[in-house]
Design a binder for this molecule. Structure first.
Ligand code: AMP
Ligand code: MG
Length: 277
């Protein structure tokens, strides 16, 4: 059975229709080998984008707690030179951030031309967690879908390409991952009472995501629903998406200026011996 990664803009998205355990008949070894191949290619493409310095890419990672955002970042960062990469995590907004519009902190984190940004959470928290935890009134978050679309259009027109990935895990898988975290001394710190509270509102989160994915799925910044119960399949899908995106952009090294060769050996800049001033 096939499962689409992307839904045409304008059509309703219901996460319940997507199998989080889908892995396209692949096994772990096959998927990991393919992911490595994509990562090798990614490194070269990212370097070209960096040298060209005219356009940027941002990978937006959204998903409920334990959906694998950190692991996905580790995988992408293993394939791309750090000098080409900006990783930004969005936490609950600070007092300063709350004293601005909700997109202010996001705009400030948009990668400069030549760079690849990875967002661990994003402005989508402002229509998901904010909605579920009722942090602002409904008329405020309701307006935000259109505001997000206008913001993403502005950035797209300025040379930014979005790769928006929703990491889709199932409720049972989340239960397992939460338990693993609670029992692992190296991972316990990742969990707080809020995370366990959020799990109780599973259905509300899924509904909030259905709306965000449906209403902010545009031609210029489409969503991808990444099956993420299998970490190795999730990595493969994201690595492939980022590679394909960069390949479509065809970043090019700037043209070579042959006059530089002549300058290398000419004595164009006069050499002044010491004491000649
Ligand atoms: P983590 O990603 O596990 O480090 O947690 C970050 C927390 O910050 C999550 O509980 C997010 O839901 C929360 N968060 C991120 N952005 C916002 C926002 N705009 N408003 C409220 N909470 C947010
Ligand atoms: Mg958390």
């Amino acid at each position: 059975m096939e499962q689409p990664l992307h839904v045409a803009p304008g059509r309703d998205i219901h996460l319940a229709d997507f199998d989080p355990d889908f892995h396209d008949g692949l096994d772990r070894d096959q998927a990991e080998a393919e992911t490595r191949r994509h990562c090798e290619k990614l490194d070269e493409l990212a370097y070209r984008l960096f040298a060209e310095a005219k356009r940027a890419v941002v990978v937006v990672l959204q998903g409920i707690d334990t959906s694998g955002k950190d692991g996905t970042i580790r995988m992408l960062a293993s394939g791309i030179s750090p000098q080409c990469l900006d990783v930004k995590s969005f936490k609950a907004p600070s007092a300063l951030e709350l004293s601005h519009d909700f997109l202010w902190r996001v705009h400030a984190a948009i990668p400069a031309h030549g760079r690849i940004g990875i967002f661990n959470r994003s402005h989508y928290e402002d229509v998901v967690v904010v909605r579920v935890r009722k942090l602002v009134p409904q008329p405020v978050w309701q307006e935000r879908y259109a505001q997000i679309n206008a913001f993403e259009k502005l950035l797209h027109d300025g040379g930014l390409t979005f790769v928006k990935c929703f990491l889709h895990i199932g409720k049972k898988e989340q239960r397992q991952r939460l338990e693993d975290r609670l029992r692992d001394p190296k991972k316990q710190w990742k969990l707080g009472p809020d995370d366990l509270e959020d799990r109780k509102r599973w259905d509300e989160f899924q509904k909030a995501y259905d709306d965000a994915l449906t209403l902010c799925n545009t031609d210029y910044a489409p969503w991808h629903i990444v099956p993420a119960d299998k970490k190795w399949y999730r990595n493969l899908v994201v690595a492939r998406l980022v590679r394909e995106t960069l390949e479509r952009l065809e970043p090019r090294f700037p043209p070579f200026d042959p006059s530089l060769i002549a300058k290398l050996d000419s004595n164009a800049s006069p050499h002044r011996p010491h004491g000649s001033m």
